[in-house]
Design a protein around this ligand. Sequence first.
Ligand code: NDP
Length: 385
Amino acid sequence: MVRSISVLGATGSIGASTLDLIRRNRADWRVVALTANGDAAGLAKLAREFGAEVAVVADEAALPALRDGLSGTNIHAAAGASALVEAAARGADVTVAAIVGCAGLAPTMAAIEQGGVIALANKEALVSAGDVMTAAVAKHGATLLPVDSEHNAIFQCLAGNDIAHVHAITLTASGGPFRDWTLDQLERATPAEAVKHPNWSMGAKISVDSATMMNKGLEFIEAFHLFPVGVERLRIIVHPQSVVHSMVEYRDGSTLAQLGPSDMRVPIASALAWPARMHTPCAPLDLAAIGQLTFRAPDETRFPATCVARNAVIEGGAAPATMNAANEIAVAAFLDGQIGFTRIVQSVEAVLARALLPAPGCLDDVIAIDAEARVRARELMETAI
Ligand code: NDP
């Protein structure tokens, strides 16, 4: 049976991995919407290849280039934030939410309102919207499937089990490229060093988040919403090889883990084919060649981000959305050479320490919290903290 699919963030790393799987199973899929931010040429190429119905760039300045790239086709070209939401609201059997940052929230919510399967990579959207998003999923009968490798692993380990029997859920973390660096070395870490992840090939923002461990902090909050076992049952462990993608421990002492190669096509395939399985071109694990799997406790002195995130989710209300927005601004400032590496998480803490807006009750509230936190974070980027 042919299924329809939209890919929000088609020109990114997750977008490319998703479309690689679609390309290999072309007859099984009809492509509805593909979106990007400013990469009009890349998006036009993909829209042509996959015969998309609509291609949307968020950046309106990129629309002429997108139209040029699509000339001679009947693919509808559009631009801007509302066009992005309209594209997502066309609905598809599966929508892959792979925009980076809270920019993906409104289109993801629009897709959720159509029901269907949402394959969620865009963790920042769930971290910011939290209960607003999960309530919309329930209200509209959508199915939220995690694409993040850790959450996809947990989802697989929970299958066929009652979550009431879960003793603990453990998210694994590679520890990023600076895992073994001293605080002094971290002070001097450069953007080029931060985006060089040892195990995964990813977009720049999530690579920096992995280096600060804020990625694991965001994932902790993501897990809190996806798997309702409570903060005290959520754990993080550093596992440098990124072979065990996460684990679920049950009350009888059994721990189930999901293992796989460090290739996002595996969790994406799991979400696309769920509840069945599909073939991927990924080489199976060669555990004898890998030899050793090691684990250690996270060091929250050198990497305080996981502690900041845990406190934000415990505080609740506007804290997670504020944390996420402040982090997005700080990561962008670091990548621009404006602030040093260790100032990323320090500035997130400083933004969180100021008075917060009340808890969000709807999408507009989340967007307002996000906007206010960005203003405060940008002010901080200009001044010493
Ligand atoms: P990339 O930076 O590679 O791609 C981001 C995509 O979002 C691009 O298509 C980009 O368009 C688009 N985009 C960027 N800004 C905006 C905006 N303001 N409005 C609309 N679209 C925008 O990111 P990744 O693919 O690495 O990550 C995407 C999401 O998936 C993130 O939330 C990340 O945390 C999550 N994730 C990623 C993993 C990975 O392995 N990469 C693993 C697990 C989760 P353009 O190309 O035009 O800039």
